[in-house]
Design a protein around this ligand. Sequence first.
Ligand code: CKU
Length: 596
Amino acid sequence: MIPYSLLYPITNTKRSAVRLDGLWRFQFDPESKGMGEKWQEHGLPDSISMAVPGSFSEVFTETEKRDYCGDFWYETEFYLPSDHAGKKQYIRFGSVTNRCRVYCNGVLVAEHEGGFLPVVADVTDVAAADGPNRLVVWVNNELNETSMPCGAVKTTRTGRKINAPYFDFFNFGGIHRSVWLVQTNLEAIQDYTVDYELDGEDALVHYQVVTNGETTVSVALRDAKGQIVAQAEGKEGTLKVEKAHLWKVRNAYLYTFTATVGTVDEYSAKIGIRTVEIKDNQFWISGEKVYLKGFGKHEDCDMLGKGFNYAVAKRDYECLKWIHANCFRTSHYPYAEEWYQMADEEGFLIIDEVPAVGLMRSFTNYLAAGTGSSYTGFFRGDHVEKLQKHHLQAVEEMILRDKNHPSVFAWSIFNEAETTSPFAHDYFAPVFARARELDIQHRPLTGALEKSSGPDCCQVYPLMDFVCLNRYYGWYIHGGVMEDAEAEFLEEMDQWAIHYPGHPFIFTEYGTDTLPEMHRLPASMWSQEYQDEYMEMYAKVFDRYPWVVGELAWNFADFQTGQGIMRVGGNRKGVFTRERQPKQTAHLLRKRWETK
Ligand code: CKU
């Protein structure tokens, strides 16, 4: 299991958390000589400054720097708080993409594979009381077939390495989320878990608190006004909440859960009492039937790349509310934790996805997958064992990090993997099993299936509690010929009804690249009018099948991808532009979703 606490950093009288964000020193290392020259000890010899959090690619004006692939380094320094003696100190990165090693005063303190989940380094024994302490981070952004997500590295004729992702978003690298200096007492809370049971009007909140000591734990639950509504003693137990306010979709109610360990530690977090059920082919949240409306999103913005920014997130939630959405999928990786905190507050549902994307050998996977023409034997070969190890690790870290968010109601174990061979089933069965075992709330599991993963040949959907479909009839298939698109779409839907009855289905991708400046009468591909016609056709199909219980359009906003003849300044399937302004179809969806 994961050897460190993934608790989100907070400050109170027992623990402190200070953000180390700002301008750090930065240097590319194309020849990978930094380690040999001991940059980790002596610092970066020829650095420039770089924004943290942020993606380096989005700020440079030179091709080689934007597309840089290989090793790169960050450096900063920090001081311990004045009351540091006899306490523990950690450096916590929300994420470093795609892998890193962290050095404090020259000593390796953490190593992490994967670019979308936290990296925590215990620096207690290496950070000096009088400072400054040198923090150096080696980062590498090379993709391969054992990394999550998957891809390859190519070399140009001049010997320059470039990433060749098997997925359709720019492989932004860097320190993308806040970096914190966390201080706790030696004995401290490491983790907590909550689970809910409704008992008439009352609720039972079952809890577990993990500490690294023996001191008695007491817990309290406060309502939104700050009044204590339940209390208990012990590392495990149940809090009974009378006349509980339930967390409901777009009508959130949050309690504050506080665990106290004698005089040594205290940790508070917002929780929402809610249940998740699949019953009669439908989703029920806190006993109410919910139809999912929203998007697949990306962490992506002009200038920031994948760097988290509160104002961007705030704007996105305002747009989501305006359009009457209630849900999004964290396609194709777990997002910064602040996204989930905001969803908890606003009552949005999240399908939390691990970075298992590109599990199919193709540089234009969207084409291969969109048309259903792919089979590459991906789940056979020497890479599979290591890939699965990274996959399991990502599932464990994601569930540990996100399990207590009321907004997270389902886990997505992959996006568009090559699921048609028996090898895929053997690969995925243990990953699904591990996720089931880890989540004490037993949230439903899913994966997003592309066109090749049809009802007659996909080997993996029997592992899922509900099925997510990514479909592009009218774009990659029968683009511009809407009646054929619709006919073939209906044929597939009728097959699903036969093959997997009794399970809810949702659409996690459907959309058309659309240029905001392009209008065409009659509608033609890439125009605003075509996006409208396509959305109308999909709505008609969804409404025919009562077991289709959600529509998450692709994508919330235009986003950056690699270059290619199919991508005009990135993927333009956004319902909003990359600047978060509505395209015409946003108004159409808004009207539909207001009453849906
Ligand atoms: C999207 C079936 C196509 C795969 N899907 C994955 C997603 O990441 C892409 O951006 C297609 C697209 O717009 O092509």
